[in-house]
Design a binder for this molecule. Structure first.
Ligand code: NAP
Length: 302
């Protein structure tokens, strides 16, 4: 058997089209569009490429977008003042601070200074709390877990009563996706187990999973014999395992591998996400959705 591929690249296009259409409608009816600002401190090439992609996507769906580049030696006080300015700016619905920040700046202090109602990354403790409560309390689910849940739903995988096993307990992927899948409601209602490096028998837990979500950052950690036949396998891992020359551009690019032995796993799973092209493209997509939601909350139409 060969598993159905759940392609983030395809789902991304569907969602971005839905967002573009909704932005157009809101603009016609209310005369406003969602506003997103990304604050970039310094000139790290990786951060620049992430921010550029976010801004490009925001532009594509019709948002007002601002890329605010700051020098690497900006003081913590000046960065906090900048955030305060955007917190008060009525035309801005989402504020993103690209991480990591230089060592002289307290990252936690900066992230906590963002107005929770503009925290479209969903990392502010207020939004983490809202996620834990669930239901109508949730405003901005963190983007990667939200993307994972969206992929599972759009692939038509039954979540109610399903055994979900999450490998990894990070604050940005493992814990929030586990929390989201156990909530009452559509796309959730699952029975959830979280496993990590202290788990006694990783394989035994994975083998029980109807939906296996792997976010460990270890290439090929999950072996094909750990997968229940027909299971849905979501591979969040992005591991650089080498370099190659791109056929398209002739430039050096990273060879990426997931946390699941994909070639063998696809013969056992019912559905599976590839790496690259699986969960990866969903994160920025969900960021756009959160920014649109932020404006809708403000207009009272969410
Ligand atoms: N958009 C995207 O595509 C996206 C977004 C975020 C992350 N990622 C990728 O997802 C992966 C995980 O990211 P993260 O930020 O969650 O990583 P992280 O903070 O390093 O957390 C990894 C988790 O996996 C667990 N783990 C590591 N090795 C394990 C093993 N051998 N057996 C069992 N558990 C193990 C760790 O357990 P302990 O807690 O016990 O140490 C930890 O809880 C990375 O490859 C990252 O690049 C992709």
């Amino acid at each position: 058997m060969t598993a159905t591929l759940i392609k983030g690249t395809v789902i991304r296009e569907q969602i971005l089209e839905e967002i573009t259409a909704e932005v157009k409608q809101i603009k016609e009816k209310h005369g406003v569009v969602p506003g997103l600002v990304t604050i970039l401190v310094g000139e790290s090439p990786a951060s620049i490429s992430y921010v550029t992609l976010k801004i490009k996507t925001a532009h594509r769906v019709g948002f007002k977008e601002i890329q605010d580049n700051q020098s690497v030696d900006i003081s913590e006080a000046d960065l906090l003042a900048l955030i305060d300015k955007y917190n008060k700016d009525e035309s801005i619905n989402g504020i993103l601070v690209q991480l990591p920040l230089p060592k002289h700046i307290d990252e936690k202090k900066v992230l906590n200074a963002i107005d929770p109602d503009k925290d479209v990354d969903g990392f502010h403790p207020v939004n983490v709390g809202r996620l834990m409560i669930g239901g109508d309390e949730v405003k901005f689910p963190p983007c990667t877990p939200a993307g994972i849940q969206e992929m599972i739903v759009r692939a038509g995988v039954e979540t109610s009563g399903a055994e979900v096993v999450v490998v990894g307990r990070s604050n940005i992927v493992g814990k929030p996706i586990a929390n989201m899948m156990v909530q009452k409601g559509p796309g959730a209602n699952s029975t959830v187990t979280i496993v990590h490096t202290r788990t006694k028998d990783l394989a035994a837990h994975c083998k029980r999973a109807d939906i296996l979500i792997v976010a460990a950052g270890v290439p090929d950690l999950v072996k094909p014999e750990w997968i229940k036949p027909g299971a849905c396998v979501i591979d969040v891992g992005v591991n650089r395992v080498g370099e190659k020359i791109s056929e398209k551009t002739g430039k050096k690019i990273a060879i990426l591998k997931g946390d699941v032995d994909f070639d063998a796993a696809k013969e056992i799973a019912g559905s599976i996400t590839p790496v690259p092209g699986g969960v990866g493209p969903m994160t920025i997509t969900m960021l756009m959705l959160n920014t649109l939601k932020s404006l809708k909350f403000k207009l009272g139409i969410a």
